[in-house]
Design a protein. Structure first.
Length: 123
């Protein structure tokens, strides 16, 4: 289980590890942030959103100039929002992050004959 300090640490990591022309994209909502915008948003996130999200890190994979981070975010309601971030590295710093967020959902009954059930993700 993560804590709110981890979300603050994520914004601090942008300051330290992102290139000056860093871009963060959220395709599901059609939003793009520059490094400066991401830092400004991080300073006011709790006030603006009314939430203190926590992040539970699962794993990081990758090699070369690409990495993937997987985890869950709890926005305070106990719902484990799945998170995947795809990072691109240039000259030892993160130049781009493309991030996806997904709420849990009930699997459709028609797929039952094709799948093996797993434990659902928890926050």
């Amino acid at each position: 289980m993560g804590d709110a300090r981890e979300m603050a640490a994520a914004f601090e990591a942008v300051q330290e590890w992102a290139t000056d022309d860093f871009v963060e994209e959220w395709p599901q909502s059609g939003e793009r942030l520059t490094k400066a915008a991401a830092l400004r948003m991080g300073e006011t996130y709790e006030q603006g959103s009314g939430t203190s999200p926590t992040f539970a890190y699962k794993r990081m994979l990758g090699g070369g100039d690409t990495f993937v981070v997987e985890g869950t975010i709890d926005y305070g309601d106990g719902v484990p929002v799945s998170y995947v971030g795809i990072g691109e590295v240039r000259d030892g710093k993160v130049a781009r992050m493309t991030e996806y967020f997904a709420n849990p959902f009930e699997a459709p009954a028609w797929r039952a004959d094709f799948v093996e059930k797993m434990e659902p993700v928890t926050a």
